[in-house]
Write a protein that binds this ligand. Sequence first.
Ligand SMILES: Cc1cc2nc3c(=O)[nH]c(=O)nc-3n(C[C@H](O)[C@H](O)[C@H](O)COP(=O)(O)O)c2cc1C
Length: 221
Amino acid sequence: MTNDPGLFETIYTTRALRRFKPDPVPDEVLFQLFDAAIRASSGQNAQDWRWIIIRDAAIKRQLKEWALEGWTRYAARYGSEEEIAALPRNQRLSLNSVRDLAHGLDRVPVIVAVLGMKGRHSTPGGSTFPAVQNFQLAARALGLGSSIFNLPMRDRLYEMLGIPETNQLYCLLPIGYPVDKQGPLNRKPVKAVVFDEKYGAGWAFAEAQPESGWGDRWLRP
Ligand SMILES: Cc1cc2nc3c(=O)[nH]c(=O)nc-3n(C[C@H](O)[C@H](O)[C@H](O)COP(=O)(O)O)c2cc1C
């Protein structure tokens, strides 16, 4: 692929994208994403992640209904619409995109349900989320967007999707061709989260680096 971004550009620009064009995602693209996802590591190489591709209109409508319930509860934490409008820009834009995804969930081309085996691993998510990250990075590299979106998660999904009791639903991943741009990420600097030898001890090398990190080395102008 000629436009394939390099690994670091991909990592530095993979953000949660929640608004999608109606264009379907071809099976060969989906296959590439899953084939990249399952290259991830897992405890004892168990590879017991399982993935369900959801494209059925009735299931997406039900997920939308649950997402809207979830959104109502979630948005209430931030107050009225006016209070949300007064939030700092980044927070407001991100909340608006969550709202739009809840309202548009039935129009998202594909939603992937991510499962893992119950009880096998001492850190269960640790054997599933590396594969989710591979999936999202591969999606970004191919010009798609995605985000983890758990507002519609309900126990009833197990029955709806025929998920056996041995499995646990970890997350939902709506995916499609994004309306919004792939983009730089808003993250705390390395120096705020990495310590030298002891918790809380500053790492001098990181303290000497720009607050914005090294993204400029990788992002194309
Ligand atoms: C375990 C996990 C759960 C998440 N759950 C949700 C969710 O339920 N709804 C949502 O809109 N985003 C969810 N996200 C996405 C994060 O909110 C998002 O990545 C974060 O706000 C940073 O945004 P950015 O990647 O666009 O910079 C989740 C991310 C992770 C890793």
